[in-house]
Structure formats: C-alpha cells, structure tokens
Design a protein around this ligand. Structure first.
Ligand SMILES: [Zn+2]
Length: 270
C-alpha cells in the first residue's frame, strides 16, 4: 500500500516541477519580478562557475580600451590568447541579445521577449546553457584582476591596497601581454605588447599614481566629441544674443553721441 502511494507522490512532484519549468520561461515577460525567485527555487545541474556580469565588464574593457588599437594595427589575436572572442564562453549568447526597447530584451535564438536584461540572462542560463562551453580558460571574469574590472564598476570605492593582490594582478596582466602579443610576431605585436603594458599593467601598483586606460578608448573619445558638439550648439545662441545686445548698445551710443553736438549747438550763444 505504501509503495503505490509513494509512486503517486513522486509522479505529482515530477509533474509540478516540470510545469513550473515551462511556466517559468513562458511567463518571463509578464512575470518578470517573480522569475528570480522561481529560478532560485529550481536547482539546475548545469551550474556554470563563471560570473556573466564580470565577464561582460571584462569584455567591455577589452572592446573599449584594447580592440580599437588592435584594429588599427590590423592585428589578429592568436587563438591561445585569452582575450580572443572565442575564449569568452558567453560571447555567443551575448551576441544573440536583441535590445528592442528600454524595457524589452529579446532572445536571438528563440525570439522570446523579456522586460530586463537580467531575465534574458536567466533564460540563457536555463534554456540555452548547452552553448556555454565551460572548458578551462574560457571564463573572461577570471581575468578581471588584470583588466581592472573594478575600475569600471560602480562600487569601486578605494580599498586599502593589498601588495600581494597587486603583484598577482600585474603578473596576470603581463602574462596576457606575452600570450596575446608575442614580441617575436613582428612590429604590430611589439607595438601592441608595449601598449598593453602601458594601458593595463602599469596601473597595477600601490602608489596610486598610475591610472589604467591612459590611452583612452574609442567610446570615450566619441562621447567626448559629442559633448563638445552639444555644448557648442547650446552656447551658440548665447553668443549671438550677446553680439546682438552689444551691437544694440553700440548703436544707441552712436545715436546719443550724434544728439549731444546738436544739443550743444542750440545752447551756444549766436
Ligand atoms: Zn531563447
């Protein structure tokens, strides 16, 4: 008697957990706020021990502060270089994110929509995890120390400098320079090797004098030029208004000057 009851209970358990799985995804858009708790409740055995957020930050840094120079030199990153796009396990998923609108993110694989990027991330983790090739050396987040990810995130408030951590990060940074831009590979590689050391590795020190990304980035400069343009456009009307007011004052002054001699003549005794 006990055995069939157990079977029925097990069947119900299976039924409800699979029903939960299906509803979790289909309601991703409508029930965005509830999705988080649901995902936390359901254990999945395809755990990926690599932070997607940190990997994304690392990728942003590479894209902004390194790739413009790599493109400029027309250099091909070797496949063993950990900064190569193929060595980021999230790259394929990230490239299949469609940001339709402020509150709409779409999965490029199955076209489902979500209210926020984090729900699309959860969807990728649950539905398209087979794409995550979790072999060693493909977690970009592991390079965050060397690439100054904390510098990019909002919570970068100055902590006390730890010389051991700094030395470790510097070592990782120099290792990246050597493997991605081997100086034996020619002039472009040598240039980029030097640039990588200046741009990323020099700032791994406790003296606080060196700042990373000294050469700036593509986006930063375009934002800078955009700001200059907007400022110019805003100041232009003010400039013309000042010129107009100045000219009006000048005219008034000339008229007053013209009037003075006339008045002077009248008072002169004849
Ligand atoms: Zn999908």
């Amino acid at each position: 008697m006990g055995c069939p009851m157990l079977k029925i209970a097990f069947f119900f358990h299976l039924f409800f957990s699979s029903a939960l799985c299906i509803s979790r995804d289909s309601q991703g858009f409508e029930q965005a706020s509830g999705a988080r708790t649901l995902t936390q409740e359901i254990p999945h055995n395809h755990e990926v021990h690599c932070s997607r957020e940190r990997s994304r930050v690392a990728w942003q840094i590479i894209e902004e502060y390194l790739m413009p120079f790599v493109d400029q030199e027309e250099y091909q990153l070797p496949s063993k270089c950990r900064l190569h796009p193929d060595n980021d396990m999230f790259r394929e998923q990230e490239q299949h994110k469609v940001h339709v609108d402020t509150n709409e993110w779409r999965c490029g694989f199955c076209k489902k929509s979500f209210r926020a990027e984090k729900f699309l991330d959860q969807h990728f983790d649950n539905r398209h995890y087979v794409l995550l090739n979790n072999t060693h050396g493909r977690c970009l987040a592991d390079l965050c120390g060397g690439l100054h990810c904390d510098q990019m995130s909002e919570f970068k408030k100055a902590k006390k400098c730890n010389p051991a951590a700094v030395a470790r990060n510097r070592h990782q940074c120099e290792g990246l320079a050597d493997s991605c831009f081997p100086v034996s590979q020619g002039q472009s590689a040598s240039h980029l090797h030097e640039l990588f050391l200046r741009q990323f590795c020099d700032a791994h020190t406790c003296n606080g004098k060196q700042k990373p990304f000294s050469r700036g980035g593509k986006k930063q400069s375009s934002v800078f030029y955009l700001a200059i343009c907007v400022l110019t456009l805003m100041l232009l009307p003010v400039f013309y208004l000042l010129v107009f007011l100045h000219q009006r004052e000048m005219k008034k002054g000339i008229q007053d000057l013209k009037r003075i001699p006339k008045a002077g003549r009248k008072t002169k005794p004849s």
